[in-house]
Design a protein around this ligand. Sequence first.
Ligand code: SP5
Ligand code: ZN
Length: 345
Amino acid sequence: MLTFYNELHAQHRGRHEIFRGEMVPCFEKPERADAVLAELGRRGLGSIVTPHGVPLMTLERVHTPRYLQFLRGAWNEWLALDPANAGKDAFPAVWPVRTLRSDVEPDNFCARLGLYSMDSGTPLTAGTWTAAKTGADCAVNAAHALRLGERSTFALTRPPGHHAGADFFGGYCFLNNAALAAQHLLDDGLRKVAILDIDYHHGNGTQSIFYDRNDVLFVSLHADPRGEYPFYLGHADETGAGAGLGYNVNLPLAAGTGAQAWFAALETACLRLQMYQPEALVVSLGVDTFAGDPLSRFTLQSADYLRIGERLAYLGLPTAFVFEGGYAVKELGVNVVNVLEGFET
Ligand code: SP5
Ligand code: ZN
């Protein structure tokens, strides 16, 4: 397993997030990636290398130019409102929901912050752009290494990516790392790529980016969105549109789901992946399915993550793992590295 580690991930460091009307410490924090890096070192699972930068054009294959421009300049606009904002994270507070227009870009920064986001639980900070951009670099590097002959790679970065759409952030995500990895594989010559998303939360951003296409199969196992974030996408009847009809597979699972039902769903996912015959696989690797996760309500145990890796290896595909969620920091390293080690054995 060749790991690409984004050394600048800690540039994104939220002070707090809004949860049920209160400011609480961020669940999505730098210690998460530090924990995974430390465990990788302990277990000696192959080399850890530094990714190199990719051009903005590569990001524009997934994200709109105006969203990227907004994200890149957002912190400076936030500071321009009031120099005292340097000591605060930026949060959206107004959104263009049904009947309101999202096609006219407002001048007002707060209005644009809402236009380009889906929730108020995702703090934008001084180093958010730097961390997200170098994270996207990291994911594209992990994908490209498959083209250079690696069997498996791991993009170790944060903030995560799978909730971010073509032109919005949310769910702790700003740039869709998994989508960028998949798109890069296609742009580098592959014809069919699959994305398997095993984070506890539905990867609404990834789904929406590829929803009307058949060159990327998106398969996701996640908590039923009727009860869990992102709430407004991830239902079983979302099967794709146009040429993409049949190339989006959602397998929502009830709160309280344990290993037996989860692995049964993984089997369904693997059969669909195999049928598609992709040339490579991108895995959105969230381990917030863990029993001890503070945000989630599945009950997977640490040993289960070894079995996940083993099952994915059996698909026999060049595979790029991209780090997503997982908030039980103490067990996070073991759980993530278990998947990677299970894949290698
Ligand atoms: C990438 C990823 O895993 N994003 C998850 C975004 C979840 N956002 C909603 C957070 C709601 C916080 N709930 C706290 C429950 C404490 N018991
Ligand atoms: Zn998640």
